[in-house]
Each structure stands twice: as structure tokens, then as C-alpha cells.
Design a protein around this ligand. Structure first.
Ligand SMILES: NC(=O)c1ccc[n+]([C@@H]2O[C@H](COP(=O)([O-])OP(=O)(O)OC[C@H]3O[C@@H](n4cnc5c(N)ncnc54)[C@H](OP(=O)(O)O)[C@@H]3O)[C@@H](O)[C@H]2O)c1
Length: 292
């Protein structure tokens, strides 16, 4: 199987390269393929002639997207559209990544217990989420052979984000204030990459939620990270309103992963994923465990 991966070098991309090691994989960074360039996308897809395209290109700074919605739209809506069009032209499949930020504006009946399902209508509360929802619609309209993967709250050994920031602050002995009124689904990018490999093998097209199972607040996630990292740094639960400014975040955006589990594509529980994520960070020398 020939695979083309965009956004090479990103945290999910690095884990996907490992998970797709059994394929003939061409991984291109932004410097070699800007997914917002329609002609370049067509040229590269034709040249590589892949069976599958993995599109990990994204602007993950939610606040920056709020200030530059045109850039967010270009990368999250137009990029996947150009890729879907090019895939259609060469008979390839497209895997592209969306987000829990397509939700949060309205919680449908039932979602309060299980989280959002694949069929729930997007209701984004920020421009990052709106640009991703637009990309979802364009991919669905353009290419039947799509795997549209909604996922959330990455914990990646090869990147930076909430989880690595919490551990870095704890290692520095900085007391932490963490919001306890945002609830979502943490996701190990390593677990996700392996699930995507299985999804591609299973050829199950359409929209699918892939996240570690279960959900928690940012505060509970920070507590788990500190526990597994061996830190006794004080952590205080604060409301989102304590740190005003920036893009609005969904207060409640867990992804219901029942569908993935029913296909044998489910990820392990989030609490187990935290433990393995911290172990991996320590093993790769990116974190030193505390003594607590
Ligand atoms: N992080 C999360 O918690 C999260 C949650 C849900 C969904 N997702 C989605 O999952 C995907 C991967 O996220 P990630 O956390 O792995 O992101 P990441 O580490 O920030 O990597 C994103 C990659 O995309 C590249 N890129 C940006 N604009 C591009 C463009 N116009 N053309 C080609 N490449 C471009 C970046 O290149 P440069 O480094 O050169 O800018 C970077 O290599 C994204 O679509 C993201 O929206 C992420």
C-alpha cells in the first residue's frame, strides 16, 4: 500500500509514520506541500499516486485561528477539499482529522451522558471549530472514500500541548491553576495512530470518533498527569472565567466512541493512556519523574 502523509513533523504525524511502517510511505512537511495550494496538492498526489492520503496538516493554536480565520479556513476547509478532489482524481482514499471543537455550542439530548456521537450536528463555538466543520462538509461532498476522524485533547510524545505543559510546569515547581469546567476526551496520539492504521485496513468509510474512551475535566487530567509524573506540585481548580481572553472553548465536548468500539477500533481508557504517555515521555528523556 502506498501512503502519502501531509503535515509531516507534527505530533500525530510522527506516530502515524510509525504505525504505517508496513506501507510504502511518503511523508511531506509543509515546506514540501502546502495543502492550501490547490495546484501543488494535485501535482504531489499525482506524482506519489497513493492508495491512501493521511492529512495531518493543521493549525492547532485555537487562539491564533480566532485572530486569523482566513488562515484557519484555508488549512482546515480548503486543504482537505483540494486533497479530497485530488484523491478522487487518482482513486485514492483520504484520512483527515477533525476535532471535538466542531461541538460545544448545543448539547443534544443524550450527549450529556455519553458525549457527542458521529451523527450529532456540529455546533462550534470558535473559528477553529467552524473551519474544521466546513472542511468536514467539503470532504463528504467531494469524496465517498473518506475516513473523517474526529479526535480531541492530544497527548503526544513528539509535540507540545496541554499535557506536556502541565508536566513541564510541575517539573519546574510552578503551582498550577487548571480549569475544571471544560470536559473532554484525552487522546494518546500513539493509540490514535494505531487505531487509524486498523481503520484503514478495515476500509470503514465515513465519520468516526477516535479518542481514548471515557472523559474528564482538564483539572482531572492534570491531576492524573501529576500523579503518574510523581509530582506533588499544588494544583488548584479554577473556572474558565478566571482566565478571560482568547477563543471560547467548548465546556463539554467528549466524543462518544461506541461506534469505533463496535467495529473493534476503540482506544483504551484515557486513564491508562495517561500512564503510558508519561512512561513514554520519561523513556524518551523528555521528562524527569518527580519523587512524590
Ligand atoms: N492537538 C490536538 O489536541 C488535536 C485535537 C483534535 C484534532 N487535532 C487535529 O489533528 C491534526 C494533527 O494535529 P497535531 O496536534 O499533530 O498538530 P501539529 O503537531 O501542530 O502538526 C501540524 C502540522 O501541520 C503542518 N501544517 C500547518 N499548516 C500547513 C499547511 N498549510 N500545509 C501543510 N502542512 C501544514 C505543520 O507544519 P509547521 O510546523 O511547519 O507549521 C505541522 O507539521 C490537525 O488537523 C489538528 O487540527 C488536533
Amino acid at each position: 500500500m502506498r501512503v502519502l502523509l501531509t503535515g509531516a513533523g507534527g505530533q500525530l504525524a510522527v506516530d502515524l509514520v510509525e504505525a504505517f511502517a508496513d506501507t510504502v510511505l511518503t511523508a511531506v512537511p509543509r515546506t514540501e506541500l502546502d495543502v492550501t495550494d490547490e495546484a501543488a496538492v494535485s501535482t504531489v498526489v499525482r506524482a506519489v499516486a497513493p492508495d491512501v492520503v493521511l492529512n495531518t496538516a493543521g493549525l492547532t493554536d485555537v487562539d491564533a485561528c480566532e485572530h486569523d480565520p482566513e488562515a484557519a479556513h484555508a488549512v482546515h476547509a480548503l486543504g482537505p477539499w483540494w486533497l479530497a478532489t485530488a484523491c478522487r482524481d487518482v482513486g485514492a482514499r483520504l484520512v483527515t482529522f477533525s476535532t471535538d471543537h466542531v461541538f460545544g455550542g448545543a448539547v443534544p439530548a443524550g450527549a450529556a451522558d455519553t458525549g457527542y456521537g458521529e451523527a450529532d450536528a456540529p455546533a462550534p463555538v470558535n473559528r477553529y471549530g467552524r473551519s474544521k466543520a466546513a472542511g468536514e462538509a467539503l470532504v463528504r461532498e467531494t469524496l465517498a472514500a473518506h475516513h473523517l476522524v474526529r479526535t480531541s485533547w492530544f497527548m503526544g510524545v513528539h509535540g507540545s500541548g496541554f499535557a506536556t505543559a502541565i508536566l513541564a510546569q510541575a517539573a519546574a515547581g510552578t503551582p498550577l491553576d487548571v480549569v475544571d469546567d471544560q470536559v473532554g476526551s484525552p487522546t494518546s496520539t500513539r493509540d490514535l495512530a494505531q487505531a487509524v492504521r486498523r481503520l484503514v485496513a478495515a476500509r470503514r468509510f465515513g465519520t468516526i470518533h477516535l479518542a481514548n474512551s471515557g472523559s474528564c475535566s482538564r483539572f482531572a487530567l492534570a491531576e492524573a498527569l501529576l500523579e503518574d509524573g510523581g509530582h506533588d506540585t499544588p494544583v488548584r481548580a479554577v473556572p474558565t472565567s478566571a482566565a478571560p481572553g482568547g477563543a471560547r472553548r467548548p465546556a463539554f465536548s467528549p466524543l462518544d466512541t461506541t461506534h469505533a468500539a463496535s467495529l473493534g477500533l476503540g482506544l483504551p481508557p484515557w486513564r491508562e493512556a495517561v500512564a503510558r504517555f508519561v512512561d513514554d515521555l520519561v523513556d524518551t528523556g523528555r521528562h524527569t519523574r518527580g519523587r512524590a
